[in-house]
Design a binder for this molecule. Structure first.
Ligand code: IFM
Length: 442
């Protein structure tokens, strides 16, 4: 038996654009993901989030699933374009607050609490209002004020009940996938712009954190970063130097400003003239004291010299072609503990996409069960070795819209038949239910 500490939080996570659908309903404005997914060639199979899991209409059924799972905590995100559909970057102003959008999350929060499920709310999980993008999006420094206004509207409405706030989910993806690699909305491919966007995202995190605390002194505020260990096939001094620099460019670029109040020095030097424009107090603002760091872990990054290593013959890969490597999670957690200022950590996402099929009304997903088990073991080991890990959230409660991959990748504990919207709990759902019930692994 591997029992977890008494107050360890077990949860499952989702995100607004990935599950809600109802993109034209109740006054919701257009988001950059509506625009992007409707642009031919951007998303696998032409899929869009127009309907997704239809959670906007079926949230009560999904709450029943959460109850069935015995879920103590549910992490979800709020769709900015439902709250401020006409938001513009100043001086144009934030536009009208959409009462119906707020009411949706209001009733969800009430129902979660009535079911004894703690809401963990993410303010930004990538569905930026398109009009803000038209005003320059994350490249326009003034967007930080728009983000603060949005944060204030949401916190004023939900802050009497929601205690756990994350400002951003995975700024790496917002900035680097959206502005450098062009694979996420808004689909730009410019390294300089990606670094500037990253800086504004981080700055908006710092300012929003201050705004939440001003409105709600008992709030627990954090940010969610996707991190991985950078590892190499061989272990020469060149390999080590390369791995350090790559860590700084991908992970430290977000982690260091937030926890140390500075960009990592070698990466900053390596970017030379591409570094972002920053103003004198920015890093102080970004490095607000945090109640927790949310960590999304899926895989390690393995290199052969300076190139990504080809697939290993003796390793397992998910449908995303991500290596299954739970020891990387242990190494990441202990690295954070050794090298960074102390902060409580939650695993805010962990999970795997595998090919799932329905057989006689059931979905048997032993590989996902193994994946979850191994990663939960890694969490327990990290706690044994002194890591201040407070919780674990499985990604995801439901199969959902996997961004540029559309509906082709299934991460859920629950299978979603997109034609009928039928939900079928997978074997991994049952496995995770047992984990929650026992507060650990048998
Ligand atoms: O689906 C995404 C989620 O939106 C952010 N973290 C990674 C998941 C799997 O790719």
């Amino acid at each position: 038996m591997q029992v977890f500490p008494k107050n360890f939080v077990w949860g499952a996570a989702t995100a607004s654009y990935q599950i809600e659908g109802a993109v034209h309903e109740d006054g919701r404005g257009e988001s950059i993901w509506d625009r992007f997914s409707h642009t031919p060639g951007k998303v696998h199979n032409g899929d869009t989030g127009d309907v997704a899991c239809d959670h906007y209409h079926r949230w009560r059924d999904d709450l029943e699933l959460m109850k069935q799972l015995g879920l103590p905590a549910y992490r979800f995100s709020i769709a900015w374009p439902r709250i401020l559909p006409n938001a513009r970057i100043l001086p144009n102003g934030r536009g009208q607050v959409n009462e119906k959008g707020l009411a949706f999350y209001d009733q969800l929060v009430d129902a979660l609490l009535a079911a004894n499920i703690q809401p963990y709310v993410t303010l930004y999980h990538w569905d930026l209002p398109q009009m803000l993008e038209d005003d320059g999006g994350w490249l326009n420094r003034d967007i930080v004020n728009a983000f603060v206004e949005y944060t204030q509207v949401v916190v004023k409405r939900l802050g009497d009940r929601v205690k756990q706030w994350s400002t951003h989910n995975e700024p790496f993806c917002t900035a680097f996938l959206g502005y450098r690699y062009g694979v996420h909305a808004p689909g730009l491919s410019d390294e300089v712009q990606s670094l500037q966007a990253a800086h504004h995202v981080l700055l908006s995190h710092g300012l929003a954190t201050q705004a939440i605390r001003a409105l709600q002194p008992d709030a627990q505020v954090g940010i969610v970063l996707n991190l991985w260990t950078v590892e190499t096939l061989t272990d020469t001094s060149d390999d080590r130097a390369f791995a350090d620099l790559q860590w700084q460019k991908d992970c430290g670029w977000y982690l260091d400003p937030v926890l140390r109040g500075q960009y990592p020095a070698q990466a900053w030097a390596a970017y030379e003239a591409k570094v972002p424009a920053i103003q004198p107090d920015d890093l102080k603002v970004i490095a607000q004291p945090l109640d927790y760091l949310g960590l999304n872990y899926y895989m390690r990054a393995l290199y052969d010299g300076p190139r990504r290593a080809p697939k290993l013959l003796d390793a397992e890969y998910t449908e995303m072609d991500w290596e299954v490597h739970a020891p990387g999670l242990y190494r990441l957690l202990t690295k954070l503990q050794r090298e960074y200022p102390a902060v409580p950590i939650y695993i805010t996402e962990n999970g795997a996409a595998f090919k799932d099929t329905v057989e006689d009304g059931a979905v048997h997903d032993p590989r996902r069960v193994n994946y979850l088990r191994e990663h939960i073991v890694a969490c327990r080991q990290a706690i044994n070795d002194g890591v201040d890990l407070r919780g674990y959230f499985a990604w995801s409660l439901l199969d959902n819209f996997e961004w540029a991959h559309g509906y082709s990748k299934r991460f859920g504990l629950t299978y979603v038949d997109y034609a009928t919207q039928q939900r079928i709990p997978k074997d991994s759902f049952e496995f995770y239910r047992e984990v929650i019930k026992r507060n650990g692994l048998a």
